[in-house]
Design a binder for this molecule. Structure first.
Ligand SMILES: NC(=O)c1ccc[n+]([C@@H]2O[C@H](COP(=O)([O-])OP(=O)(O)OC[C@H]3O[C@@H](n4cnc5c(N)ncnc54)[C@H](OP(=O)(O)O)[C@@H]3O)[C@@H](O)[C@H]2O)c1
Length: 251
């Protein structure tokens, strides 16, 4: 069973908008700007609850920008809690291959980079990132337990995870996601190559991570789903997958 003892303070919540057919972007992997103003308000609220916001380089490349907290009530609430106005925006990019001309780099937000020794090189002389965290990788994949330990040591207690599918898949597979917020939006994107909330190799249904529905709200045409990841079943699924033993299906 995975060991959570050293990183139990870090709480992770994935926040994504999906089409009614479960895609997070169209087949061109365009930025997902298909949700309503109500969803953007919801997203900003979730961002305002976090100490740090984590996203993959693919998401940054698609959007070129991030969402800042700008609602005065949310800013006031953060101030009352002794939090800085903006959570830290943390980009996961082992390659470090990011365009420094992206608008993200001129937004008034604190920025950290999660990368490798090689990926850090182009950024060491830049002031674009306040902090560069070097994380171990195996076959190009980030060691999330090490990364989360570093984030915890740096005072990140609540982490909002804003995608994309590759990043979320690796965190689910490492049993490091606590909650999901999924906004189901009224459109069909279709396409075999259009990304979904969780990419990666996938799980067999009989060992797939299970969720508990914490809440559901409908605002006009969108449905806001709030789930908690059931830790015990996920641990079983992850350890089954990593050991290569898949339990016999129950019929
Ligand atoms: N609907 C929504 O709410 C929503 C939200 C966010 C994104 N999106 C969509 O999602 C798409 C982007 O998702 P994506 O899956 O292609 O990309 P992604 O997960 O955002 O980023 C993938 C990149 O991040 C780094 N990375 C992430 N996880 C890693 C891991 N475990 N190990 C090593 N490196 C890792 C790598 O960067 P390097 O290549 O730099 O090494 C990798 O190429 C876009 O189309 C975007 O529009 C939708």
């Amino acid at each position: 069973m995975p060991d959570h003892s050293s990183i139990e303070r870090l709480q992770t919540t994935v926040v994504l908008a999906i089409s009614a057919d479960g895609k997070i972007a169209d087949f061109r992997r365009s930025p997902a700007r298909f949700s309503s103003a109500a969803d953007r308000t919801h997203l900003e609220k979730q961002i305002a609850l976090a100490d740090g916001i984590l996203f993959g380089a693919g998401t940054l490349r698609a959007y070129g920008t991030t969402l800042r907290v700008s609602n005065p009530e949310l800013l006031q609430s953060r101030q009352q809690q002794g939090l800085p106005p903006q959570p830290v925006q943390i980009v996961a990019s082992p390659s470090g291959n990011l365009n420094s001309q992206l608008r993200f780099f001129s937004q008034d937000v604190p920025r950290w980079l999660l990368t490798t020794e090689v990926g850090a090189k182009p950024w060491n002389t830049h002031e674009s990132f306040e902090r560069i965290l070097i994380v171990p990788t195996s076959k190009g994949k980030i060691d999330w337990r090490d990364a989360f330990q570093q984030l915890t040591d740096l005072g990140i207690g609540r982490l909002g995870v804003l995608g994309g599918g590759e990043l979320v898949a690796s965190l689910v597979a490492t049993d490091l996601i606590d909650e999901f917020w999924l906004t189901v939006c009224p459109l069909i994107l279709g396409g075999a190559v259009a990304p979904t909330p969780v990419a990666g190799d996938g799980f067999l249904a009989n060992v797939a991570p299970r969720l508990e529905l914490l809440g559901v709200e409908t605002i006009e045409q969108e449905v806001f789903l709030h789930y908690r990841v059931l830790r015990s079943t996920l641990s079983g699924a992850v350890s089954s997958l990593s050991s290569g033993t898949v339990p016999a299906p129950t019929i």
